[in-house]
Design a protein around this ligand. Sequence first.
Ligand code: 2HA
Ligand code: ZN
Length: 271
Amino acid sequence: MKNIFDAPFLKEFCATTKNMYRLGWDERNGGNISVMLDEKEVGEYLDLNHVIRTIPTGFDAKPLIGKLFMVTGTGKYFKNVKHDPETNLGIIRIAADGTTAELLWGYKDGGKFTSELPAHLMSHMARLSVDPQNRIVMHCHPTYTLAMNYVHELDEKKFTHTLWEMCTECIVVFPDGIGVLPWMLCGTNEIGEATAAKMKEFRLVVWGMHGIYGVGKDLDETFGLIETVEKAAQIYMLTAHLPRINTIKDDELQTLAEAFGVNYRKDFLNL
Ligand code: 2HA
Ligand code: ZN
């Protein structure tokens, strides 16, 4: 059996949380990540027949039965993941009943997965139904994106349009736009269901006055999506109070999207 601390999937997870913390997206215990792992790959590092303990999830995730996920722990700090992944992370498998998680590794101090597991697993289910390559669900509290929530209308078309105008690359990176939920109580099945419903259409979902969810096929792609939104939100917040002299016009956004061959939300432009 190989040493799990050498596993590329663990190293990349640790590097990502470190980066997110460094960028100020995950203060204290803010944020959570889940990564669907390849069973065969994990089997090189762990005895998949050894279940440390079982933990009820509180909801039904039948389409994910048998799937393995590496998930950040509840109450744990992104800041600490790299130094002690075995306490701050866990690898779980969705058991045959669809409502229990089998702990295969981690949560060493008796802990458990993030309180946002419903939003994560429901989002995995929703994304897999439209994109079988999806592996990642990432949640965080990026500063400028959050600041923008207080001064910009929380309307999907308007929010997306404003961000598309802020950097030339935006419409190419997230042509599908950004879903927006109003403020809702976090950690519940209800916000999980609302997030998953948006995920059928969007790879990015803003939780009003809370943060953002991103999904993708790997950690780099998902991190990059949120990073691009955050950069655009930063430009917006640096300029929102100043007279706007220049902008990228809608016909230019259309030209960009067509030049890069992306399938963009035409109804989010005013042509
Ligand atoms: O896990 O970010 O939304 C801490 C949070 C809850
Ligand atoms: Zn949060």
